[in-house]
Structures are given as structure tokens and as C-alpha cells.
Design a protein around this ligand. Structure first.
Ligand code: GLP
Length: 264
């Protein structure tokens, strides 16, 4: 696990966006795994700017989102499909048919989960997966106790996650308690994973993910099994880490090595 500690949320977004921009430049038909939540918004703004500056194009890119609320139609303002349209898709040249978000309002959601897995396989698999982090260590909507090899399926949300996400719903609005989410196994199949976490409220989950035991109690700890994952966090999210000096040292060594190899 590569741990990159940046000063603040802006620097985290810039670092993450640079990885996406490089990926799209190197492979214009990349398959991207995308995430919702407030953390990725600044990264998406950077991608929109890079597109507008004609640095990158998304016209060959395919995308798969991590999750969706069960029961919300794509046009529902709190659906993750709606979020993606507003935050990214409406502002870039990605083809609508190349953007996939789990079908929250599917007539047969169980079948929709299987179809989603199939569609990822048919696309050739995800090249670069973006993740945020729940306060309880969830990735996507894989809540604590999720199977570490799970695939796309329906998941019940914890009370904590429902409370955390209540800020997006108005008081009289129905807030789903169920979701469709890529599984942890689905996420681990991505060729490269980048997880962003910012703010003090994520510090406990960040510590469990990086330094805790591999455990279904912290679904993000499953990333310890992945061979190409970079965790980008700000100082506040890093504040509970015990080995912070070592992670910084590794980053310095990496930079020096890359400079020596002419790859900086
Ligand atoms: C939701 C999403 C997750 C996201 C998490 C954290 O529960 N399903 O994919 O990582 O929220 O969101 P935020 O970035 O707003 O803290």
C-alpha cells in the first residue's frame, strides 16, 4: 500500500486527479471505476478542467460507478446516477452509453447485480478504481462484515452510514436503507486502486485500513491484499497513524528513486 500524505484536501484532489489524467493520456480507452460522496468532487473538477483545457478526452473512456441506492431512479436528485451527471458526466465528452451506474430502480435488482459484473468483465475490467472511505471503513457500500471476496450485490446500510448521508436528503424525503454495490472482490479486481480520504472524521478508519489487521470489520483493510493501491490522505485524516514518519520516508525514497531513473 502506497501511503501519500498531503497538506490538505485540495492537494489530495490534485494528486488524485494527476493519476487519472496520466491514466487517460496513456490509455485513452481506459475503463475507470468511479465513486460518489463529497471527497471525489474536487478531483472531478480537476478532470473537467483538464478536459476543457484539451489535455484529455473521455470519448473512448468507459466508466463504472461503485454503488447506487436501491429504489432510486436515475433522475432522482439523491441518486448516485444524478450525482455523477451533475458532478462529472454533463461536463465532459464521455459517451452516455459508456457510463454505468448500478440500476437502483431495476425491476429485478438481483439480476441487475449479475449483469453489472458481466458488463465489467465484457469491458475488459477496470483499469483504475477511485474510492472514498466511510467513517466506519466502508468502501462503496461494503459495510463492516462484508465478505472480503464479495461481488456486486444488495447491501443493507448501517445506521451510521444512513446518518452520515442524511445531509444529502431533505427532512421529509425518503432515504433508502439498502443499496447495490460492487463487492470487495469486484474492487480488488481493478488493476490499480486509488483511495482518497480527508478530514479528522476519517482518521480512525484510515488507521484501521492501513495499520489494522485485515478484517471484514474494516472493509477498506482488504486493500492490503491489492498489489497496486495508493492511499492519498490529508494531515487530518493521517492524524491517528502510528507509522506516519515511515510513510513519509518511503515517499521521499520513492521520489529520489524515480528522479534517479529519470521517471519523476
Ligand atoms: C458513501 C459512498 C462511499 C463514499 C462514502 C464517503 O457512503 N457510498 O462510496 O466513500 O459515502 O463519503 P464522503 O466522501 O462524503 O465522506
Amino acid at each position: 500500500m502506497q501511503v501519500v500524505i498531503k497538506a490538505d484536501a485540495t492537494a489530495v484532489a490534485e494528486y488524485g486527479a494527476a493519476i487519472f489524467i496520466r491514466q487517460i493520456m496513456q490509455k485513452p480507452d481506459s475503463v475507470l471505476g468511479l465513486a460518489t460522496g463529497s471527497t471525489p468532487v474536487a478531483l472531478y473538477q480537476q478532470l473537467i478542467s483538464a478536459y476543457k483545457a484539451k489535455k484529455i478526452s473521455f470519448n473512448q473512456v468507459k466508466s463504472f460507478n461503485l454503488d447506487e441506492y436501491l429504489g432510486l431512479a436515475p433522475e432522482h436528485p439523491q441518486s448516485y446516477r444524478f450525482f455523477m451527471q451533475q458532478q462529472l458526466f454533463n461536463h465532459i465528452d464521455i459517451l452516455p452509453e459508456n457510463t454505468a451506474v448500478p440500476e437502483g430502480a431495476a425491476a429485478d435488482p438481483l439480476q441487475a447485480c449479475q449483469d453489472y459484473e458481466q458488463r465489467i468483465v465484457e469491458s475488459g475490467g477496470i483499469d483504475l478504481q477511485l474510492l472514498g472511505l466511510g467513517r466506519n471503513g466502508h468502501i462503496g457500500f461494503n459495510e463492516p462484515s462484508s465478505g472480503l471476496r464479495s461481488r456486486t450485490r444488495i447491501k443493507t446500510l448501517t445506521k451510521e452510514t444512513i446518518a452520515d448521508n442524511a445531509r444529502f436528503f431533505s427532512a421529509d424525503e425518503y432515504q433508502p436503507h439498502l443499496s447495490i454495490t460492487m463487492g470487495i472482490g469486484t474492487i480488488l479486481d481493478a488493476r490499480k486502486v486509488i483511495l482518497l480520504a480527508t478530514g479528522e472524521s476519517k482518521a480512525v478508519a484510515v488507521k484501521a485500513m492501513i495499520e489494522g489487521p485485515l478484517s471484514a470489520s474494516c472493509p477498506a483493510s482488504a486493500l492490503q491484499l491489492h498489489q497496486n493501491v495508493v492511499v492519498v490522505i490529508d494531515e487530518a485524516a493521517a492524524s491517528h497513524l502510528e507509522n506516519i514518519a515511515f510513510y513519509r520516508h518511503i515517499e521521499q525514497e520513492n521520489e529520489q528513486l524515480l528522479a534517479r531513473l529519470g521517471k519523476a
